[in-house]
Design a protein around this ligand. Sequence first.
Ligand code: HEM
Length: 209
Amino acid sequence: MKNVPYSFVLRRLATILAIAILALSLLAAITGILLSFYYEPTAGGAYNSLKMIKFEIPNGWLIQRIHEIAGNGLIGVSLIEIVVMFLGEKFRPSWLTAWISGILLTLTAIALSWTAMLLDWTQVGYWRFQIELGTLEAIPIIGSLLRTILTGGGAVNTVTVAHLYTLHSYVLSIGALILAIIHLGGLLIQEKEEKQVLQETQANLSLSE
Ligand code: HEM
């Protein structure tokens, strides 16, 4: 009986965090789409268009800031969610669905942040990307293939920005949204199952009295 409130708190916390995760994903996706109206995915053009978004477009800075906070917040909240779910583990299909989708979502959120590294086309982003590209290339067997996919086969240039932008704004962001929905769905089913178990236990108790 002593661990009932503890597991209840963890379960509720996981569900609340899943709602926050979905909200952050939606916010990042919406602000990302707004950014894409003015963003130019080319070398040089990326830097200039983001400068224009920040300083010339009305409320552009706000949209960019919200996108940054929602995107990075998503990584933080997903990591906390993994810890909360680990502590309240229940090896049922609903929990496992939420657990696996939660881990995949965290990895996707990190990949979204990683693919955004070059999207602002600043010196820091460019050189950081060059270093990380070297690390990726060192991976046996698939290393050079990964480099080719990301850069388009040549140096880091407009094609690379376009590839990262496509991965970021279409593949990964849609993946993150789908995973956030599955994650919340799994936890809501878990809530329903727990409620049923509680009701059955209460009914059995009142029968035995
Ligand atoms: C679930 C959806 C998304 C997430 C979690 C996400 C996350 C991020 C993150 C973490 C950054 C780096 C921000 C920073 O630290 O400066 C970023 C940048 C960016 N994202 Fe997204 N993003 C999402 C969807 C989109 C979509 C749909 C688009 C466009 C159609 C987009 C366009 C951009 C652009 C242009 C940047 C560069 C902005 C900058 O460096 O200031 N994002 N995103």
